[in-house]
Every structure is written in C-alpha cells, then in structure tokens.
Design a protein around this ligand. Structure first.
Ligand SMILES: *Cc1c(COP(=O)(O)O)cnc(C)c1O
Length: 398
C-alpha cells in the first residue's frame, strides 16, 4: 500500500501494511522467548545483525530480548507517525529515557536540560546517573550552556506539570550539532512532530496517551537509524525490551489515538474556560490560556493545546488535598492520557523527588493539582470538579 499522507489514515494503517498478504485483520502476537534455528548460517548472520544494533536481515529473530516481530511492527507504526526512520520499543518510558542517556554518555558526560521535566527524568539527571553531569538551563540559554563535553539536550514541551511551552526549532538551532531529545509524551504525534522541527530523538512514555486505556506500561523512542541502532544495542545489553503483549495493546490503541487526543483536548479547553470564569482556582495553566503562548507555538509547532491542565486550589495543601480527594467522577491517580480523567498532586506525588526550589521557580506549589482530561461527558466532569472545589473552600468540620 502506498504510504498515505494524512495522519488519521496513517494511525489506522501504520504497521499493518502486510496484513492482506498475511491474510489477517489484527496484528499477530508472537510470544516466543526463543526461536528454533532454521538454518545455522542464516541464524549466524541474523545474530551478527542484531548484536550490532540492526534488524535480522536474514529473518531469524533468534531470542526475544534481541528482537520480537510484534514489537517491531509497532515500532514501524510509531516511526511512521513521528516521521522518523525507525523506532525502538522499551518496557517503560523510563527504560526508553535511560537508554537514550546511556547512549549519550558514550559521547560526552554533559547533558544540557530544560526544567521542568517529568519527575523521574529530572531525578535521573540530577542524581548524575550513568556518570552524567546535568547543566540546567533556560530555553534561550542553550547555546551558552553547551560545551565540548555536551552530548545531548533534553527538553519536554508542553512541560510537566506546569504546561510551559518550549520552542523546539529554536532550541535545535542553538544546539547546533548536539542532538536534541524531546519528550513528546504530553503532545503525542497527533499534536506535535519534533523530528520535523529538527529534533533528533523523540521519546514517549507509551503508558500515557499511546496506550490510552490504563492497561499498559511502555516506552518508545523514534529517531534516525544510526541512533536507533545504538539504542537497540543498549536494549539488548540491559534487557528493557517492550513486551509483545504490551506492543499489541499499544498497536490496538493507535487507530483511535487521533480521536482520543482531539476529543480530550476539546473537553480540556471547555473545562479551562469554565474554571477561568469560576474564580474557584488560581494560577490556571493550559496552553490555551491568554498569555501562556507568547511565541505563538499553538497552531505552528503544536496543532492544539492538549488535554493536560494545572491550577492551584486556594488554601494551600489542605485545600488541594480536600478538593482532590472529594472528586468522584475523576480518577485520583498519577499518570495521564487515559480514557478516564486523572487528577494528581505533583508536589506530593510525581514531582516529590524534584528540588523544592526548582518546583517553586516553575510555579508548582503545595496547592497545585494537575488534571488529564478523559473521554467522559464534559458536563459530568465539570459538575464533579465544581463541587469538589466548593467543598475544598469550606472549613473542615470536626
Ligand atoms: C510518565 C512519563 C514518563 C515515564 O514513563 P513510564 O512509562 O512511567 O516509565 C516520562 N515522561 C513523561 C512526560 C511522562 O509523563
């Protein structure tokens, strides 16, 4: 089949191009842990291909930590949607990000990074894991922060959890020859394609929008073939490959990804408008809010503002906790991008390991809640949220 150019069509058909030939309508799940050798000479060549980070050109998968056809099929689909040469699937988003850092550490110890980042990524960099020395910087200071020892620039946009936008093309320009890695988990390939803007590496926690149904933990990196080959070698060595059942679930969720992302975004914009008018919250953050996109990145870099939002509940930690715990329709849980609306407290949960000063600098306080809007009827979500916020205002009755 000729590669269709439109996103929704690609989301439905990517990684399924050989189905007619195979006579199947759903991706075959291959759960083999090892593969009987068909021909020793062919197996020898496949093994050598895999060990050097390539694909088994002679067709023998050899062993499940080295290669799995169900995983490879999903990798092709994500590479297609991200406009990348290839993609590499990992057991979790953190396995994917740590593999990227391990590859970068081979080229130089220094990583230039823009805060805020996902709490786990921030922690890994700040702790200096894999011998990495992090230089935290602002998006307009990248060029000045880069030295001969810099092997990677790391950023996230929209950022987690304060929804700051970073101009990817501008960072890429400042980075020069240094590869730029963008965590695209919040935007998904539906709203943003960092590779088109010059980023070399795109990472996703597949656990979030890509999986979308709260039943899979996964990570995936899309990049050029040279970087992917290095990632596959790290994956073989460390064993963090995506499980084929998880790859199947991710692939199953891909055709509805555009619909989910757009519908959740529409509800998020609606909720943001109602919150802004309600006077019930402070410091409301969403890329659709006036003043939150000074560089005009929505509509250019990013197709829309997405479905994550954050705000402060007046009254500090106790009020925020009361509001969160009195929600009934929304799921009180970390994670995001699921079919159900998820609400969490970043300072107490996902970002509790981040330096408190860095949190405060980015406007994340003890009263900040983060919402990931799901597919429920928006009126039900609003009634739940409004009631919880009003409840949070009331003094605790003993
Ligand atoms: C969840 C998340 C991660 C980590 O992914 P896991 O699948 O939980 O390992 C990384 N980056 C972002 C932006 C995330 O939301």
């Amino acid at each position: 089949m000729k590669r269709p150019s439109r996103l929704r069509t690609r989301a439905v058909h990517a990684g399924r191009e050989d189905f007619n030939k195979l006579g199947v309508h759903a991706p075959p799940i291959d759960l083999s842990s090892t593969y009987p050798v068909q021909d020793l000479e062919r197996a020898r060549k496949s093994f050598a291909d895999l060990a050097s980070g390539g694909m088994p050109a002679d067709g023998e998968p050899i062993y499940a930590r080295l290669h799995n056809p169900t995983v490879a099929r999903y990798e092709d689909a994500i590479a297609d949607l991200e406009g990348a040469e290839a993609a590499v699937g990992f057991a979790s988003g953190m396995a994917a990000i740590s593999a990227c850092l391990m590859v970068a550490a081979q080229d130089g110890p220094e990583v230039v990074a823009v805060r805020p980042l996902y709490g786990g990524t921030d922690h890994m960099l700040d702790e200096g894991m894999f011998g990495i020395e992090v230089k935290w910087t602002e998006p307009d200071q990248i060029a000045a922060a880069i030295s001969k020892r810099t092997s990677l620039v790391v950023l996230e946009t929209p950022a987690n959890p304060n929804l700051d936008l970073v101009d990817i093309a501008d960072v890429v320009r400042q980075a020069g020859k240094v590869p730029v890695m963008v965590d695209n988990t919040f935007a998904t390939p539906i709203l943003q394609n960092p590779i088109e803007l010059g980023a070399r590496i795109v990472v996703h926690s597949g656990t979030k929008f890509l999986g979308g149904h709260g039943d899979v933990v996964a990570g995936i990196v899309a990049a050029d073939e040279q970087w992917c080959a290095r990632l596959r070698r790290v994956r073989i060595a460390t064993g963090g490959i995506l499980h084929p059942l998880a790859a199947y679930l991710l692939h199953r969720g891909l055709p509805t990804l555009p619909l989910r992302v757009l519908s959740q975004q529409e509800s998020a914009v609606d909720i943001v408008e109602r919150l802004a008018a309600s006077g019930l919250v402070e410091n409301l953050r969403h890329p659709s809010m006036p003043g939150s996109d000074p560089k005009g990145l929505i509509g250019t870099q990013m197709a829309g503002p997405g479905s994550l939002l954050a705000f402060d509940v007046p009254g500090g930690y106790d009020a925020a906790a009361r509001a969160m715990m009195s929600l009934e329709c929304m799921t009180k849980a970390v994670s995001l991008g699921s079919v159900d609306t998820l609400v969490q407290h970043p300072a107490a949960l996902t970002h509790s390991s981040v330096d408190p000063e860095a949190l405060a600098k980015h406007g994340i306080t003890q009263s900040t809640l983060r919402l990931s809007i799901g597919l429920e009827d928006v009126q039900d979500l609003w009634e739940d949220l409004e009631r919880a916020l009003v409840t949070a205002r009331e003094p605790v009755s003993l």
